[in-house]
Design a protein around this ligand. Sequence first.
Ligand SMILES: NC(=O)c1ccc[n+]([C@@H]2O[C@H](COP(=O)([O-])OP(=O)(O)OC[C@H]3O[C@@H](n4cnc5c(N)ncnc54)[C@H](OP(=O)(O)O)[C@@H]3O)[C@@H](O)[C@H]2O)c1
Length: 274
Amino acid sequence: MALSLERPLVLVGAGKMGSALLQGWLAKGLLPSLVDVRDPAPSPDIEALTARGLSLNAPVEEIAVKGPALVLLAVKPQSMAAVLPELSLLVSPHTVFLSIAAGTALHRLQDLLGPQAHVIRAMPNTPASIGRGITVACANSLVTAEQKAMADELLAAVGEVGWVESEALIDAVTAVSGSGPAYVFYMVECLAAAGEALGLEASLAMKLARETVSGAGEMLNRTDEPASSLRANVTSPGGTTAAALDVLMGEGGLSPLMRRAALAARDRARELGK
Ligand SMILES: NC(=O)c1ccc[n+]([C@@H]2O[C@H](COP(=O)([O-])OP(=O)(O)OC[C@H]3O[C@@H](n4cnc5c(N)ncnc54)[C@H](OP(=O)(O)O)[C@@H]3O)[C@@H](O)[C@H]2O)c1
């Protein structure tokens, strides 16, 4: 479904995530002429969009006059304190700020923008760049139902969207889906390294690991069956997969390791928010 935005959208920080979201929106029909990008060192791809009407690094005063519907905050959490005070000129009941910064709490964003700022905090992930992201969001009490619906529509343009009432859960979401793609990529590296250790040539080991993870991911994508059933389906008692799973599911196996990894990510998200 094409995006139905009527008023301008501002993207602050056109790095990896900001650009991924913008590309998703343009692919869904958002007109570049409705977009204002602010980034001190924009990529050539972003610069090229100016030929199609995208506005780049216009003064905030000029953007304020246009009355943007939404301002996407996609700078690093550490940059928020430097970036937000200037953007407080854009605060209005008709403009919602959507932050995707890890760990940066709604009250902190509101402190930096001003008490009247309508703010949504969301956690997307990088598969958004191929339209297969998943985002979980949480809004402050000023955000209207229409603003939530607009943010939902924009985030849904790049994948699945969910909402939580309790903001504390966003740090947990960060630990699972926000950072999660990197865990899976690392698993590919480890599986390939294990193949090499068993005598496979490096390129073949990597090909096997990549195709196995992306193929298994696609199987998950095509069915509602639980992951545990898919696993059981390929595990014959006493067979080779069972032998490997005895290691992965045994004491000190993958489950406690993943728990520790996710806890570390959750705690880091909390630290970033301080
Ligand atoms: N990458 C992920 O997987 C992921 C997932 C979920 C959420 N996030 C969140 O998304 C946000 C962006 O992450 P990212 O990975 O996309 O980082 P990134 O690639 O470094 O993007 C941040 C962008 O903001 C720009 N920037 C810096 N100062 C600015 C300013 N004053 N005004 C406007 N733009 C400015 C940076 O420019 P310079 O490079 O020139 O400094 C860069 O282009 C972070 O808050 C992160 O927590 C990321």
